[in-house]
Ligand binder design. Structure first.
Ligand SMILES: Cc1cc2nc3c(=O)[nH]c(=O)nc-3n(C[C@H](O)[C@H](O)[C@H](O)COP(=O)(O)OP(=O)(O)OC[C@H]3O[C@@H](n4cnc5c(N)ncnc54)[C@H](O)[C@@H]3O)c2cc1C
Length: 476
């Protein structure tokens, strides 16, 4: 059998202490916590790790400035402390950046109120944030030269962090592999026999391959897919109000900005415009979503909504659809709770459920707070396994960094590409291109050699190792 068709299910044992279902940031965080504590655990994801919400965020580690308005101080405090922790622990994956918040005449919150809010934001970080600033109109225009001048009063400047969301999730998983964990992607939890405790796993790339395992505990950390999976295995009352958010990647020269901006939409939401090394990220939208939740695409309405809202701020720039390189979408796993159904009003906190003594379900929350979100579950499981729990154990540097680093300009050598495939759990060409090399689509390619010229010589060997979907076959 070629390596392509060998299944990770063949490497599985029959028993584990804990199965973690879902290799987004939340499952990855719990996996690392348990593994570092000595719990024998297994992480699986139906698709590639971090291929759903956790690669589709606005890519910020942040306190959430807008949650101040909702008086959600606990969440902001926790998120700011986690942001500042990761800036220290993983400086190769995230960096601090100023965010400019222009203020115009007639807006609900004048500059003095913005100043009060930003002072509170710095206070809630225990003054670990770089302190905010307030800019006059002249200073704001100097910092953002083509910003609309009419009605501009000035700008607030505060500091949050930009993160490579997919890479951080992957490196959290790689770190856990150095402990007591095993992790497999493209492996789905497909059923649970409540009486025997047997869990049915299926290799999604080799459809005929299945395996039954037993574990003492199951952690369900499948984010927006919680109701789908739980409805399949238990009597389950849906808990989520899934909310779709889309982003645009614009050509780097389409807007003359150096630093991220926080702007307001016509319907009083906030959105971000964030320059990255090779593109500008714009987002996000917020719409209810039902039915299929995997691999969603931005709709034409969402694209128009984002483009029209930016244009308002840059009236002299002729921004159009031709400036878009690509788009992406993710689903927020919002807990509907007592809300009135308004997505913007739903709190961003997480919740833990325990429908049976050995099934722990976690959903909601923010990317930024992943480490602390899962601790309630990890603590219970670690203690159940007669091990001492230390909530600071995960405040350690990640021990296996990616071979190809985020923000790295130089392309890897062919040898490095094959090393990545071997060491970083790559099973499809998309896993390699999107998450290990960091290109959202081939249109984002920036290396000196063209996409085709780089991969064509490697294709015969890659074909033996990786699954290729139809969308990539045209390139070879
Ligand atoms: C548009 C948008 C912007 C955001 N921006 C930010 C931000 O800037 N900063 C921030 O802190 N937060 C942000 N968030 C929130 C944050 O991204 C999410 O809270 C977080 O990524 C959710 O992670 P998760 O692990 O719960 O879910 P996911 O990342 O979706 O992971 C769940 C995983 O479960 C897997 N799965 C599903 N069913 C099964 C099964 N049966 N068997 C095995 N595996 C299964 C899926 O394949 C998936 O990989 C944003 C969210 C959205 C949607």
């Amino acid at each position: 059998m070629s390596e392509l068709y060998s299944s990770p299910l063949d490497e599985l044992e029959d028993d584990y202490d804990t199965l973690i279902v879902g290799g987004g940031i939340v499952g990855a965080g719990i996996f690392r916590d348990l593994s570092l504590h000595g719990v024998k655990c297994l992480l699986i994801d139906k698709k590639d790790f971090t291929s759903q919400t956790s690669q589709s965020s606005s890519k910020m580690l942040h306190g959430g400035i807008r949650y101040l308005e909702k008086l959600n101080f606990d969440l902001v405090w926790e998120a700011l402390h986690e942001k500042n922790l990761w800036l220290g622990l993983a400086p190769h994956l995230c960096y601090e950046s100023p965010f400019y918040f222009p203020v115009f005449k007639g807006e609900e919150r004048p500059l003095w109120m913005i100043k009060a809010g930003l002072s509170l934001y710095d206070f809630l970080s225990s003054y670990r944030n770089t302190p905010h600033k307030i800019l006059s109109k002249k200073e704001a225009l100097k910092a953002i030269p083509s910003l609309k001048e009419k009605g501009l009063r000035g700008a607030g400047v505060y500091y949050d962090a930009i993160v490579d969301d997919a890479k951080l999730t992957l490196e959290v998983i790689y770190d856990a592999l150095k402990g007591h964990g095993q992790a497999f992607n493209h492996v789905e939890m497909n059923g649970l026999d409540i009486n025997s405790g047997e869990i049915l796993l299926r290799d999604c790339l080799n459809q005929q391959k299945t395996k039954k395992i037993k574990t003492k505990d199951i952690v369900v950390a499948v984010g927006p897919f919680t109701d789908i999976l739980m409805g399949k295995i238990l009597d389950w009352e849906p808990i989520l109000a899934p909310s779709k958010g889309s982003h645009l990647w614009l050509k780097p020269k389409s807007l003359p900005i150096k630093d991220p901006l926080l702007l307001k939409t016509h319907d009083e939401r906030v959105f971000f415009v964030i320059p990255w090394p090779n593109a500008i990220l714009v987002g996000t939208t917020e719409t209810k979503v039902e039915g299929e939740l995997f691999d969603l695409k931005a709709s034409p309405e969402e694209i128009d909504y984002l483009l029209n809202n930016i244009k308002k701020y840059f009236p002299e720039i002729n921004l159009g659809k031709e400036d878009i390189i690509s788009t992406f979408s993710g689903v927020r796993p919002l807990i509907k709770g007592e809300s009135n159904g308004e997505l913007g009003e739903i709190k961003r906190e997480h919740k833990v459920y325990q429908p049976r003594h050995n099934i722990h379900v976690i959903a909601g929350g923010k990317y930024t707070t992943f480490r602390t979100m899962g601790q309630e579950i990890s603590r219970k499981i670690v203690l159940k396994n007669h091990l001492p729990y230390n909530s600071n154990l995960t405040k350690k540097e990640l021990r296996q960094t990616s071979i190809y680093k985020p923000f790295q300009k130089k392309s890897p050598t062919p040898e490095e590409v094959f090393q990545i495939i071997k060491r970083e759990k790559v099973r499809t060409f998309e896993d390699l291109l999107l998450r290990r090399l960091g290109f959202p689509t081939p249109e984002h390619w920036t290396w000196d050699t063209s996409f085709e010229d780089f991969f064509r010589p490697l294709y015969p060997e890659l074909k033996k190792l990786l699954f290729f979907s139809d969308s990539y076959s045209k390139y070879f």
